[in-house]
Design a protein around this ligand. Structure first.
Ligand SMILES: N[C@@H](CCC(=O)N[C@@H](CS)C(=O)NCC(=O)O)C(=O)O
Length: 201
């Protein structure tokens, strides 16, 4: 059975949990507490040199890390992955946006709020982090004013990737009141078949 190395509060881990659940793929979860350095052990680093979850181990021993790469692998050949090359590139566009312009701000602000005791040099950049987070929300709001979904006119892993931290952005202090299109999209994602909430293992 597929093993998912995970941490329940993690939005990156949640992307994979949500996708596997929606695709009906069975998996075993190994919970690692990132605040206790459990992804930085010699054993874990030997398999996953990046020292981060989510990471997966397939039945045949093959290993994969990076949430969006893992989602890409499992989504291939399913309705969550467009067949058209341009639509696939568009989906990749939003996956890159999520990793470069969204997650480093929205997820990091939430991490600070959830773990105030953890020493992190990025705390000194909190003002910039919040500003960049709102910029990312602005880009999403503009897109969602005229689109139901992020790519291929249907629910894909681009929506899963962006949903993961946007739906808990308030936990990092972001106010979604001025983003009605985002709030409606969050509801559309929540109403997808086999949806599971973030804290569900
Ligand atoms: N780009 C990576 C980010 C992974 C990541 O930052 N994981 C965090 C939890 S959300 C982690 O494992 N941190 C532990 C550490 O850095 O020691 C992905 O999308 O999978």
């Amino acid at each position: 059975m597929i093993t998912l190395y995970d941490y329940l509060p993690s939005g990156n881990g949640y992307k994979v949990r949500l996708l596997l659940s929606q695709l009906g793929i069975a998996f075993k979860r190994v919970e690692l507490d990132i605040t206790k350095g459990e992804t930085r052990t010699k054993e874990f680093l030997a398999k996953f040199p990046n020292g981060r979850i989510p990471a997966i181990e397939l039945d045949d021993g093959r290993l994969l890390f990076e949430s969006n790469a893992i989602c890409w692998y499992f989504a291939e050949g399913t309705p969550m992955m467009p067949a058209d090359i341009f639509e696939r590139a568009r989906m990749m566009q939003w996956l890159c946006f999520e990793q470069y312009s969204h997650e480093p701000y929205i997820a990091v602000a939430r991490f600070f709020a959830m773990h105030p005791h953890v020493q992190d040099p990025r705390v000194a950049l909190k003002g910039m982090i919040v500003q960049r987070g709102y910029e990312a929300l602005g880009v999403m709001e503009e897109h969602l004013k005229s689109h139901e979904w992020f790519a291929a006119s249907r629910y894909t892993i681009a929506d899963i990737a962006l949903f993961a931290y946007t739906h808990v952005a308030d936990e990092g202090g972001f106010d979604l009141a001025k983003y009605p299109s985002i709030r409606h999209w969050l509801e559309r994602v929540r109403s997808q078949p086999k949806f599971i909430p973030i804290a569900q293992a």
